[in-house]
Design a protein around this ligand. Structure first.
Ligand code: G3P
Length: 221
């Protein structure tokens, strides 16, 4: 299949523009906490983000009940064709996901912490499932195990092909490498992690050496 996709996990327009300019951003994920950092109108923000990337843009619902989630999600879906409605992993969330699926609205099931939760969301019809790697590591569990288990489960069945495993709550470049090694379809990360992935001290050292040698040679003539 195609290479692991990189999404930016932010609602900050400047950050999204920066990452997109690097040519490696395939989509954007937002959530209420990321939105709270920038403020304003969530709808306007989503419209602007959807204009910056053709890739999926996740917009998260706030309601606890399926009817509320469905009406919030329908409104998000009207903003742009690349909107994906982000729904939390609850029984109401599963109902909403299956109703969105019937309406042709894509969903991202969020706050996944076990392989069973991911499997349930995939079976309900989610387009993306988001296990939170970093938040599991934070409580001394191994977040990557959930990604690995889901990737293995998905290999056994053909009818989960509508659904992609999105490694979320990524805290550092190693999480991205390991997600790709497990076969996660997507990793969503802050711009900081995307930038850290380009870095190595020997790269910086090498550039400095090339520059020094170049000017020595030029100066010698
Ligand atoms: O957007 C969902 C997830 O990626 C949040 O990550 O860092 O708040 O655990 P974090």
């Amino acid at each position: 299949g195609s290479a692991v996709k990189f999404f930016l996990d932010t609602a900050d327009i400047a950050e999204i523009k920066t990452g997109i300019a690097w040519g490696v951003v395939d989509g954007v994920t937002t959530n209420p906490s990321l939105y709270a950092k920038v403020g304003g109108s969530y709808e306007e923000l989503l419209k602007e983000i959807c204009g910056l990337t053709k890739g999926p843009v996740s917009a998260e619902v706030i309601a606890d009940d399926a009817d509320g989630m469905v009406s919030e999600g329908r409104a998000f879906a009207k903003i742009a064709s690349n909107i994906v409605v982000k729904v939390p992993m609850t029984t109401a969330g599963l109902e909403a996901i299956s109703r969105f699926k019937a309406e042709g609205i894509k969903t991202n099931c969020t706050l996944i912490f076990t392989a069973n939760q991911g499997l349930m969301a995939a079976k309900a019809g989610a387009s993306l499932i988001s296990p939170f790697v970093g938040r599991l590591d934070d409580i001394s569990e191994d977040g990557m195990t959930v990604i690995r288990e889901l990737a293995e489960i998905f290999q056994h069945y053909d009818d989960l092909e509508h659904c992609e495993i999105l490694a979320a709550s990524i805290r550092h470049p190693r999480h991205v490498t390991e997600s790709a090694l497990c076969g996660a379809h997507v990793a969503t990360m802050p711009l900081k992690v995307l930038e850290q992935m380009t870095k190595h001290p020997l790269t910086d050292k090498g550039i400095a050496q090339f520059k020094a040698d170049w000017s020595k040679a030029k100066g010698g003539k």
